[in-house]
Design a protein. Structure first.
Length: 250
């Protein structure tokens, strides 16, 4: 039975279980129970009896990476387990591959999904929220879920089909560089939102929009002080205090 490729039904079961990777954590080995739950249908296809028990124990070791990047890791893991069950040799064992790749992928996933995609989705949704549109949460969910769902599905399929070569393919996508570009785009997006809100407030007060240009020196000073290492929280509190004082005088 281990000589055959993984059946489509078993493959789909493992893919669906990927979305439950974080359903169980433990303090000592973090995601290990989730990993075993995800891989169990594939392992039961590749191994039997004592070999299956050994394979289960092999995946109860410490494992922790970004949940979205885990799809590519576990897809490759399943491919390596298939080779192992057939007696084929690989220059990296399953244990070596998982321990080598989980930390870099954790950092890469945090920077890309948490640090870039999520703020960009939130910034885009704020434009709709500022206009009182109920589409705001829908926009956020669409922009955030589209890349992460795509990466989970394609990453798992690519990991299983390409095996260890998936590492090279992901490296060619330059996710850290893309994360920086998305963060820069988010800053521009939020700057446009601030301008939009400022113009709206000035119109409400009956003032011409050109008065908003008076904030440029303050924004420039804020940015310069932040680059010099002044606490951002302190700058925000100081700015809020100045605005409150000016409002009370007016």
């Amino acid at each position: 039975m281990g000589q055959q490729p993984l059946p489509r039904l078993v493959f789909m079961r493992v893919l669906l279980r990927l979305f439950l990777l974080q359903a169980s954590w433990n303090f000592e080995r973090l995601q290990s129970l989730g990993v075993l739950y995800v891989l169990a249908p594939g392992l039961r296809f590749f191994y039997q009896d004592e070999q299956l028990e050994v394979a289960y124990r092999r995946h109860l070791e410490y494992f922790n990476t970004h949940p979205f990047m885990a799809s590519a890791v576990l897809g490759t893991t399943l491919a390596l387990e298939g080779k192992r069950s057939r007696g084929e040799q690989s220059y990296l064992s399953v244990e070596e591959f998982k321990s080598m790749i989980m930390a870099p992928y954790a950092a890469m996933g945090d920077a890309f999904f948490w640090g870039a995609v999520r703020p960009l989705a939130a910034g885009a949704a704020l434009f709709f929220a500022a206009k009182g549109s109920l589409w705001a949460p829908v926009v956020f969910l669409f922009i955030f879920n589209l890349p992460h769902l795509g990466f989970r599905i394609i990453g798992f399929w690519g990991g299983y089909v390409l095996g260890l070569r998936v590492v090279e393919v992901i490296q060619q996508r330059c996710l850290p560089d893309l994360a920086i570009r998305l963060k820069e785009g988010t800053v521009v997006l939020l700057g446009g939102l601030c301008a939009y809100l400022a113009i709206g407030c000035l119109k409400t007060e009956g003032l011409p929009p050109e008065w908003g240009l008076a904030a440029i020196p303050g924004v420039a000073l804020f940015g310069w002080l932040a680059r010099k290492g002044v606490s951002t929280l302190l700058l925000i509190m100081a700015t809020a205090g100045i605005l409150i004082a000016l409002t009370s005088v007016v």
